[in-house]
Ligand binder design. Structure first.
Ligand code: BES
Ligand code: MN
Ligand code: ZN
Length: 503
C-alpha cells in the first residue's frame, strides 16, 4: 500500500473515492459538511432519509455526488462525537479500509484524520490511519491455492489534512505508521505460519534475514551445545521432547552510542506447545502454533526500530523450542538447574514458557541492559482475567510500568497492570527445589510472573503476558501482531527523550 498526505478541499479531489465521517445521529463531520454544501445539500438529504445513522463502523457508498470531482463518496459512521477515543477511531479506519478494498476504488482520499480524538494531534491520527489500514487489508494466503482477492483492491490512500503547514509532520507520521505496520506484518506472518514450517530453526533464519536487511543489526544463534556449556538447564529441559533443535537467538540493533546500555526485548518462542508429558487436551490445540508470538513481536519491533533508525541500542533475545511429549521428554517431578544456579522442580511440563524465559533473562545480564522487557503468550489465566483487549503487564519498576501503559494507550494497543506482590511468591514453594514451576490455580498470571521475577533481580524489568492479545481465536483466528505497536511506541518515546527531540 502507498500512503501520502495532501491538503485541499474534499469537493476538489479528482479521485475514485472521497472518504468522510458521519457522527451519530446523522451529524456530518467538517469534511462531510463541506461536501454537503458543495453538492447543494445532497449529503444532508441522504442522511435525513435515514440511510446512515452514523453508528460506529457503518458505511454508505454514494455515486455521482453533484458538485464534486470524485467518482464516489464513502460515508463512514463514527459513533457519537464525544465518545470517539483511540480504539473507536481505529475501528472507523478499519471499517473504511475494508469497504474501500471491496468497491473497486483503487485509490481514495480520506478525511478521517480530521476527526477529533481527545488529546491526540493530527500526526498521531495520520499515523494510526496508516497502521489501521494496513491491519485491515492484511491477508495470510501463502498456503491457499486460489486466494480470494478483490479484482480491484485498494492500492493508494491519500490522507487529507487541513493546512499545507501540517504536511511535514504528517509525512513523518506516515513513515512511522509504515514502519510499525511492517513490524506488525512480520509478526503476524510468523505467528500465522504452521508449526511444521515455523520451527526454532526457521525463526533463527528469519532473524538472520532481518539482520541482513539492516546494517545496524547483527545476529548470533546459540545451539544446544552452547546451551549445555552455559548451563541453561531449564531451556534444555523443555527442548528434550522435540526432534527440532532448540535455538537461542540473539539479535542486536545498534543505533545508539557505543557504550550505551541496550533495551532488551525477550520473546517466548515456543513454536508449538503440546504441553509435553502434561499433554494438553485436543480441542483447538492447533492454536498453540501461536505460542511463539512473543518471539514474533521481538522480531517485528526490531524491524520497525531498524526502519526508523531509532537512536537506541536494542537487544532481542529469543529462546526458541517446541514443547512436545516423547520418550526423552522432561517428566513432572524432574528437577533442573537454571543458568542462574537456582533449581526448579518441574511439576507441570505445560508451564514451559517460564522455563525457557528464565534462562534467557539470566543470559541478558551479561549485556548490562538498561531495561529488560519480556513478551510471552504465558498463561491461559491472563485470557480469563483480561480477555483479548488488554495485554497483562507486571513489573519490578513502577516508572517502567507507567511508561509501558502510556505507550499502549498512545498506540491503541493497551496493557493493564497486575500486582507482583511478594505474598504471591509463596505459591511457588517446593520441598525439593528452590522453587516449583507452577503456583496452583489462583492468580496464575501473577505466579508465572513471580517465577520470572526471581531471575530479574539485576535489572529493571517488565513482563507482558500476550496470551489474550497476540491472536484472535476460533472462526476469525489470526495473529494480531500485538504488542509491536506498544513496544515501538515505547522505543519512540525513549528515543525522543534521549534526543530531547519531538518525535
Ligand atoms: N502457552 C500456554 C499459555 C496459553 C494458554 C496461551 C492458552 C494462550 C492460550 C502456556 O505454555 C501454558 O500452557 N500455560 C499453562 C500454565 C499452567 C500449566 C500453570 C496454562 O495457562 O494453562
Ligand atoms: Mn504450555
Ligand atoms: Zn506455552
Amino acid at each position: 500500500m502507498e500512503f501520502t498526505v495532501k491538503s485541499g478541499n474534499p469537493e476538489k479531489q479528482r479521485t475514485a473515492c472521497v472518504v468522510v465521517g458521519v457522527y451519530e445521529p446523522r451529524r456530518p463531520s467538517p469534511a462531510a459538511a463541506r461536501l454537503d454544501e458543495a453538492s447543494g445539500g445532497h449529503l444532508g438529504a441522504v442522511l435525513r432519509r435515514g440511510d446512515l445513522e452514523g453508528k460506529l463502523g457503518q458505511t454508505l457508498l454514494l455515486h455521482q455526488v453533484p458538485g464534486t470531482l470524485c467518482d464516489r463518496v464513502l460515508l463512514v459512521g463514527c459513533g457519537r462525537e464525544r465518545e470517539l477515543n483511540e480504539t473507536r477511531y481505529r475501528q472507523v479506519l478499519v471499517a473504511a479500509a475494508q469497504r474501500l478494498n471491496e468497491i473497486g476504488a483503487m485509490e481514495a482520499v480520506s478525511y478521517l484524520p480530521e476527526l477529533a480524538v481527545r488529546g491526540r494531534d493530527l500526526p498521531w491520527k495520520v499515523r494510526l490511519a496508516v497502521e489501521a489500514t494496513e491491519e485491515a487489508l492484511y491477508r495470510f494466503e501463502q498456503f491457499l491455492s486460489k486466494p480470494e482477492r478483490p479484482r480491484r483492491p485498494l492500492r493508494r490512500l491519500v490522507l487529507g489534512v487541513p493546512r499545507r503547514r501540517d504536511l511535514p509532520a504528517c509525512e513523518e507520521a506516515v513513515a512511522i505508521g509504515q514502519a510499525v505496520a511492517a513490524g506488525v506484518r512480520l509478526a503476524r506472518d510468523l505467528g500465522n505460519l504452521p508449526p511444521n514450517v515455523c520451527t526454532p530453526s526457521y525463526l533463527a533464519e528469519q532473524a538472520a534475514e532481518l539482520a541482513g536487511r539492516h546494517p545496524a543489526c547483527r545476529v548470533q544463534v546459540l545451539e544446544r551445545e552452547d546451551m549445555e556449556r552455559e548451563g541453561m538447564g531449564a531451556l534444555l529441559a523443555v527442548a528434550r521432547g522435540s526432534r527440532q533443535p532448540p535455538k537461542l537467538i540473539v539479535l542486536e540493533y545498534r543505533g545508539g552510542g557505543e557504550s550505551e546500555p541496550p533495551v532488551a526485548l525477550v520473546g517466548k518462542g515456543v513454536t508449538f506447545d503440546a504441553g509435553g508429558i502434561s499433554l494438553k487436551p485436543a480441542a483447538a490445540m492447533d492454536e498453540m502454533k501461536y505460542d511463539m508470538c512473543g518471539a514474533a513481536a521481538v522480531l517485528g519491533t526490531l524491524e520497525a526500530a531498524a526502519r526508523l533508525r531509532l537512536p537506541l541500542n536494542l537487544l532481542g533475545v529469543v529462546p526458541a523450542t517446541e514443547n512436545l511429549p516423547g520418550g526423552n521428554a522432561t517428566r513432572p517431578g524432574d528437577i533442573v538447574r537454571t543458568l542462574s544456579g537456582q533449581t526448579v522442580e518441574i511439576l507441570n511440563t505445560d508451564a514451559e514458557g517460564r522455563l525457557i524465559l528464565c534462562d534467557a533473562l539470566t543470559y541478558c545480564e551479561r549485556f548490562g541492559p538498561e531495561t529488560v522487557i519480556d513478551i510471552a503468550t504465558l498463561t491461559g489465566a491472563c485470557v480469563i482475567a483480561l480477555g483479548r483487549h488488554a495485554t497483562g503487564l507486571m513489573s519490578n519498576h513502577p516508572p517502567l510500568a507507567h511508561e509501558l501503559l502510556a505507550a499502549g494507550r498512545t498506540a491503541a494497543d493497551r496493557a493493564w497492570e497486575l500486582p507482583l506482590w511478594e505474598e504471591y511468591q509463596e505459591q511457588l514453594k517446593s520441598p525439593f527445589a528452590d522453587m516449583a514451576n507452577i503456583g496452583g490455580r489462583e492468580a496464575g498470571t501473577i505466579t508465572a510472573a513471580c517465577f520470572l521475577a526471581r531471575f530479574t533481580g539485576k535489572f529493571r524489568w517488565a513482563h507482558l503476558d500476550i496470551a489474550g492479545t497476540a491472536w484472535l481465536t476460533g472462526e476469525r483466528k489470526n495473529a494480531t501482531g500485538r504488542p509491536v505497536p506498544l513496544l515501538t511506541q515505547f522505543l519512540l518515546e525513549r528515543a525522543a527523550a534521549r534526543e530531547g527531540g519531538s518525535r
